[in-house]
Design a protein around this ligand. Structure first.
Ligand code: CIR
Length: 253
């Protein structure tokens, strides 16, 4: 069960976040409303939401997931691969110090975004992407193994981050899209396959028995309901415009 979730309000600079989406600029007021709905949904899942203040210096800093990996045994401050985002970790370090006795760090030439890290119980999958390099992935693997976790490194072919195309629910149920549908590493799981035309819905989050998915992806929603999950749908249009999804907006502990 998750008890705490960290989110960060968005500043006005959010509309200038990094993007490859070609969906136009986000509408700030709409995004604020969508973020508030996200916070409410988390609260209805029974977690305490820690809401950090916005930081105008970092347009993408509402995507807190990329700044840290939080586990039951340790927290690791990442080294975000995008230069404009790297300084976001300073604030997160201060926040996580209040939750963990000691923090680990990805350092030096190793880069890593939290969006590239998927936890399945005691096993972590670390994507190699434009943001996460081999050095960063190996550093994280070593840290996780020190705490008794297992870790596999997964080179990505097309997805932006690992979790752009994959999510773990519970009971071996894995949501997969694109390159992960037939991936060797994930063949032992029960798969909920998200169709190519609904790929964005693969970035969903499982919070205390509920699956939160983006609104407007009917086939994906029906598949999750068919597996017996209560589904909460959230409008995510303004975050999608800057390559963000549901998992990116929080750190769940
Ligand atoms: C970025 O390019 O870094 C942001 N605009 C989006 C980050 C999304 N984060 C994630 O998938 N974990």
């Amino acid at each position: 069960m998750f008890t705490h979730v960290i989110v960060k309000k968005l500043g006005k600079s959010f509309v200038n976040g990094l993007t490859t989406a070609n969906l136009g600029k986000p509408d700030y007021d709409k995004a604020v409303k969508q973020h508030a709905a996200y916070v409410n949904a988390l609260k209805t899942c029974g977690v305490e939401v820690v809401e950090l203040e916005a930081d105008e210096c970092y347009p993408d800093s509402t995507f807190v997931e990329d700044t840290a990996i939080v586990t039951e045994k340790c927290a690791i401050i990442t080294n975000p691969g995008a230069e404009s985002r790297n300084g976001e970790i300073k604030n997160m370090e201060g926040v996580l110090e209040t939750f963990y006795e000691e923090l680990e760090h990805i350092q030096g030439s190793g880069t890593l975004d939290g969006g590239d890290v998927l936890q399945v119980n005691d096993h972590f999958y670390i994507g190699l992407s434009d943001r996460t390099n081999k050095d960063g992935a190996l550093q994280l693997k070593n840290i996780l193994e020190k705490y008794g976790y297992k870790a596999d490194i997964v080179p990505l072919k097309a997805f932006f981050h690992l979790k752009t195309g994959i999510a773990y629910l519970d009971n071996q149920n894995l949501v997969v899209a694109g390159e992960f549908v037939d991936h060797e590493l994930f063949k032992g799981f029960e798969k909920i396959v998200v169709d190519d035309d609904e790929e964005y819905a693969a970035n969903c989050i499982y919070v205390n028995g509920n699956v939160i998915i983006p609104k407007g992806f009917e086939k994906a929603k029906e598949k999750m309901i068919a597996k017996g999950y209560p589904v909460i749908e959230l409008e995510m249009s303004e975050f999608q415009k800057v390559d963000g999804g549901l998992s990116c907006l929080s750190l769940r502990m």
